[in-house]
Structure formats: C-alpha cells, structure tokens
Design a binder for this molecule. Structure first.
Ligand SMILES: [Zn+2]
Ligand SMILES: [Zn+2]
Length: 276
C-alpha cells in the first residue's frame, strides 16, 4: 500500500503549522477541517475532562477530521503534562501522534517525552508576585490560564497573552483572594509544545518513509518495549528496560532491537532478588 497524497488533521489549535512541513517532504499535504471542536474531547484546563485514554482521544479527533473532510487517512495528536514520575518537583510532557488509515483500519503511533516542558503554575495575589514566573515561562509568547485559587477547574480567562489584560483581570479580582496562573498548554499558545509536536511529526514522517521488508508497507518502527534485562548474577527479570520491538502494523512482522548501549544484562544492584 502506498502513501496517500493528503491526510486530515484533527486539530483546532494550529498544529498544522508544526505538523505539515515534515509531511510535505513525503509529498503529503495536511488538510485541516474548519470548525472542528476538538475541545469536546477534553481540555487541558479541566472544564471538559478527558474521560478516555490519550490514544482513544486521538482516535476520536482523527475520525472527526476524516468525517469532515471525506479523506480516508487521518492524523491527530494528544499531549499530557504533569509531575515527573520519579522527581515530582520537575515537570514532564508526553505527546502522541496517531496515523489512522480507515481503508485498512491500520494505526501507527509515535510518541515523545519532553523532559523540559513549558508547564508551570503559580499562586499569587499580585502581578509583582508573579513576575519571575512570567519571565520563566516566556510570557507573553506562552499564554496563561487564569483561575481563582479556590477552583482551578473554572478559569476566568484562557489564552491570556497581554500584560494589560492580565493586570485588569487581577485588579478586578483583588478582593476575591489569590489566583492561579498556569501555562496554557494548547499548542498554538505554547511555543515549546509546538516545537515538540513538530519533532513528533518529523518522527512520524521518517517512519512512514521506512518500508516493511516483508510487505513493503510504509511505517516500519517502534511497537513496544522489549522484555526487561535479566540480572547478571541470577538471571531473573529486573526492572531495567531491555531493548525494543520494531515492526509493521500492516502485516504484523516484527523484530527485536537491542538497547543502544549494548547492555544485555542488568547490574545485580537493580535485581529485586539479589538486592531486595
Ligand atoms: Zn539477581
Ligand atoms: Zn509489513
């Protein structure tokens, strides 16, 4: 199966600016349907909770874009931001990009972890208290979500990119207690996130350029992590990640790929039996 010349992108947050260029090098143009309400599938600021997994949300957006454009192939991205799983005072972002071909039902998923996202928040009672925060997040290139500290899921303003507007919002609320300023995570309002989405689109385009050696379908690449490394002393399974499994979601061909550092055994120090 060959690549289509067009794919529908389910977004209303300007992601095509980052996603289209890598695909253009494959001769594939990105079509964005106007008026697609992707916020119906969940918002970062919490008014519409995302009730399904990231992949399900991306699937729903891609399908909505395909239905709106009549194109058989769709793309959608989804991101999640929060505390680092191991170092809670650091933030981490995780982005996925889905390629969905309705002619075969085939899906390809590329993912990316951002170790240094522009994701932050502060509780403050005045602009002066927020000044260092504002310069750290790159305001006004990065926009803000402003909420009362007593209820962060009910923002009083989103996409704030203007100091005068921010002052007015805060002055108008000065008797109602402190407020919370959060980085707006919508792609067109968060330049760091847009850069990451561009990198992810490049990963997907590179992958679509790699053909399966078994069935020659485009899209050979990462499928899942391989088994964990065995302990060098006792051979039992550790928590140290092994290599990865790469393959083709069209025909099911797959092959294990060793870790980049060449390690095939784990240090006994990370073995739950030898070092409990
Ligand atoms: Zn062991
Ligand atoms: Zn194949």
């Amino acid at each position: 199966m060959s690549l289509p010349d067009r794919a529908a992108l389910g977004t209303m947050h300007g992601k095509a600016a980052a996603i289209a260029p890598p695909f253009a090098s494959l001769g594939l143009s990105i079509v964005v349907p106007p008026d697609l309400d992707t916020d119906a599938f969940g918002t970062f600021s919490g008014e519409v909770p995302r009730t399904c997994s990231m992949l399900e949300a991306a699937r729903a957006k891609a399908r909505a874009a395909m239905a709106a454009t009549g194109l058989p192939v769709g793309l959608a991205s989804e991101g999640t931001y929060g505390p680092h799983p191991v170092i809670p005072f650091l933030a981490q972002g995780y982005e996925i990009l889905l390629w969905l071909d309705s002619r075969t039902g085939r899906e390809i998923v590329e993912t990316l972890t951002d170790p240094d996202p522009c994701y932050d928040q502060i509780e403050a009672a005045s602009i002066a208290e927020a000044e260092r925060f504002l310069s750290r997040i790159g305001f006004p290139a990065t926009a803000l979500v402003v909420s009362p500290a007593c209820d962060r899921t009910r923002p009083i303003a989103k996409g704030v990119r203007d100091m005068d507007q921010l002052r007015q919002l805060i002055d108008a609320r000065c008797n109602d207690g402190p407020f919370v300023l959060q980085t707006d995570m919508r792609a067109h309002l968060n330049p760091r996130r847009m850069t990451m989405i561009g990198q992810l689109a490049q990963q997907m385009a590179d992958r679509l350029a790699r053909r399966c050696t078994t069935c020659s379908a485009p899209g050979w690449g990462f499928l899942r992590r391989g088994p964990a490394l065995p302990c060098a002393w006792c051979g039992s399974e550790t928590l140290v990640p092994g290599g990865e499994i790469r393959g083709c979601t069209a025909c099911g061909a797959e092959t294990p790929v060793a870790r980049q550092d060449g390690r095939t055994e784990a240090d006994p120090g990370s073995c739950p039996l030898c070092n409990p």
